[in-house]
Design a protein around this ligand. Sequence first.
Ligand code: ADP
Ligand code: MG
Length: 369
Amino acid sequence: MTQDTTPIVVEEVDYVYDSGLSKHHVLRDVSLRIESGEIVILTGPSGSGKTTLITLMGALRAMQSGSIKIFGNELHKASQRALMKTRRNIGFIFQQHNLLDYLTVAQNISMSLSLGQGGGGKKARTRIEEVLDQVGLIEHIDKYPDALSGGQKQRVGIARALSNGPKMILADEPTASLDKESGRNVVNLIQELCREQGASVVMVTHDNRILDVADRILHLEDGEIQSISSAVASSTSQMLKLLNRHDPDAAHYMSAFSQALTRVALADGNLDDQERGAINTILVEHSDLQPAEVDLVMEMALSQVRCRSPRGAAGEAAFSHEQSVHFIKSLHAVAAADGEVSDMELQEIAQIAGELGFTLSDAEMKELG
Ligand code: ADP
Ligand code: MG
């Protein structure tokens, strides 16, 4: 019989914290798979159950129901011995680097080495040198954690997680206590090293700036895995509402300004990183908005500008006839929502149809209206 060696298969997992006085249902019917070599980011608001889920997958917390298989080994109702064995095949990276202050960098790493391969002596030292070299910290091998910056400590954490050559890395908010640049470096390093070793990664974060390293993003909300588009839609609309409420003038100005900038940048048909960077810098300098808010405004402007020029480079129509009919019908439905379709609304619909390049004849337009 061949065993399924998919790194992670989670099926119908529920988890409840029961304090005796109250029950808190944290995970509901969660199912997911992580394939070999995949880098998956798990996002979701604080308290949504991310840590609970990742500690269940890491065999660090006893399961209550459902099934989790790690490289084919079932965790639910497994013996302590079996759970220990599973844990040894996983590299863990935590929010706090979890280094012991009274041990040197090398000694900290050897702690987890000895748990794994029973290392010690020369062979262990060689392996420690190897992983520290990979994270660019070889010259700090005999220092104590106190002598290192936050980013460096987290890199030691990565070296330690990789020291046993695990095929899977579980990381819980590895950048949460780092500044933007060190966070970025840490995440890039995790990505690069895991790709090299063919290891799968599940990384919990609510730092939107690092989502791009993921092959796939899973969003946890209200204890359930949701699609990324619903996550983006809900957080975008919430951010925009906030922006409007706190600073309507700025929101209006910014949306007009960013659209103008984006149109210029898009005029040659594509928007490269330099143009994107320039827009971002200008917007940050000319507003009281935070960089994250500027990112959002810019993305909105981009999608609006793209929408205005919906024809591809070859000049082909961007929308099918069926899509056009559906679009126009929906515009009419919105116009009619207040009871009556005014002339102004009809004009606006015609204008929009023209801008978006809908391929409907006048007769069809009349019929839909
Ligand atoms: P996240 O990592 O997404 O912030 P957690 O998995 O840590 O979420 O927690 C999910 C929910 O479960 C939170 O509302 C938290 O307060 C609750 N919780 C976490 N750990 C415990 C615990 N040991 N006892 C009771 N409730 C807990
Ligand atoms: Mg957490």
